[in-house]
Design a protein around this ligand. Structure first.
Ligand code: OSB
Ligand code: MG
Length: 372
């Protein structure tokens, strides 16, 4: 494989409903898409999962755009590699910036699978044709709004409900939700809103039989999570803290979590995600696929990844219609009445790219080519 050009585009997509976490509210996504091409015109698509601001992690769309233009694209363009699995090694000299790297790397995987004429999920080594799905419900203005949302998602068939929590929207909210829905599979995500001093509050969640509590403590911590896990019964799931397979190995060994939320962008692409999945399988830690409010392209990559063996729990990857009036892929991602997504068998990510829609939504574009 030799990438001849990388096209970057920024598109703007308004969310159907605002999405609020402990670190802020999003109403419109600014999404960077990557199209990687070989000299003969073969192409693949990837999506950068960085947010609008550096709040979930240090990365954000404008930083990712710059680091790709100035450093990452020049490291990849015109360089011959055996396969997409080697693309991340080309960018190794750049530290961090994993979402930016993943945008390029995942596009290369799509390209390679299309060239081979196989669906990406098979090319990655996936073992299931149907993935179990849950939903992530943001912080609401009123508890009644939360009840209505949960009602709606259960009616649609989703297998588990995750709600975002923050100080002031936590124990009481969970208690009322549990009272209203005694038997559902329920979990919470704090996005680093607490410290170890909040252990008593977090322990109060134990009685509500949650599947897990996601990232209660600092985004860059493992040590305090291990301490907290020793004090609570609810399994801790790490999201922000796991940036590589090495992080996964250390977190597991330390007892910092019992479950891992695996996000493709956060770990730097499919090759590293496969390593994280493997580390978790070896450590008997279940994984599930997280989401970053992706458009259809990122969503399709997530679906392919979630077919790997270790993905045994329902993830945050749900139907396009929950996010967008109209997606940029065809067909949109749909969920069955049993709360699953059935993988597609077309080559690569398996969905058609809606080029004219992307063209209309584009607010910025760059085409990068090998020097000389
Ligand atoms: O912590 O999992 C998270 C969205 C943006 C940033 C961080 C997170 C999330 C979600 C939404 O929970 C998952 C989704 O529906 O895509
Ligand atoms: Mg999370």
């Amino acid at each position: 494989m030799k990438i001849d050009s990388i096209e970057l585009r920024e598109i703007r997509l308004p969310l159907v409903h605002f999405f609020e976490t402990s670190f802020g509210r999003t109403t419109q996504r600014r999404i960077m898409l990557v199209r990687a091409c070989e000299a003969d015109g073969a192409e693949g698509w990837g999506e950068c999962t960085a947010g609008e601001g550096p709040f979930y992690s240090e990365e954000w769309i404008d930083g990712a755009w710059s680091v790709i233009e100035q450093f990452l694209a020049p490291m990849v363009l015109g360089r011959e590699v055996e396969s997409a699995a080697q693309v991340c090694a080309l960018m190794k000299r750049v530290r961090g910036h994993r979402m930016a790297k993943a945008a390029i790397e995942t596009a290369c995987w799509d390209l390679e699978a299309k060239r081979l004429g196989v669906p990406l999920w098979r090319h990655l080594g996936g073992v299931r044709r149907e993935i179990p799905c849950g939903v992530s419900i943001g912080i609401q203005e009123r508890i009644e709004d939360l009840f209505a949302k949960v009602e709606e998602e259960l009616a649609a068939g989703y297998q588990r409900i995750k709600i975002k929590i923050k100080p002031g929207w936590d124990v009481e909210t969970v208690a009322r939700l549990r009272e209203r829905f005694p038997d559902i599979r329920l979990m919470v995500d704090a996005n680093s809103a607490y410290t170890l001093a909040d252990a008593p509050l977090l322990r109060a969640l134990d009685q509500h039989r949650l599947m897990m509590i996601e990232q209660p403590l600092a985004y860059d911590d493992m040590f305090d999570h291990a301490r907290l896990q020793a004090q609570i019964e609810t399994p801790i799931c790490l999201d922000e803290s796991i940036r590589s397979s090495e992080d996964a190995r250390k977190a597991i060994e330390l007892g910092a979590c019992r479950i891992i939320n695996l996000k493709l962008g956060r770990v730097g692409g499919h090759a590293e995600a496969k390593k994280v999945e493997q580390a978790c399988r070896e450590g008997n830690v279940p994984v599930w696929c997280g989401g970053m409010l992706e458009s259809g392209i990122g969503r399709a990559h997530n679906i392919a990844m979630a077919t790997l063996e270790g993905f045994t729990l329902p993830g945050d990857v749900s139907a396009s219609e929950r996010y967008w009036e109209e997606d940029i892929i065809d067909p949109p991602v749909e969920v069955t009445s049993c709360g699953t997504i059935v993988v597609r068998d077309d080559p690569g990510i398996g969905y058609e790219i809606k080029r004219s829609r992307i063209e209309r939504l584009t607010v910025r574009r760059a085409i990068l080519r090998a020097e000389g």
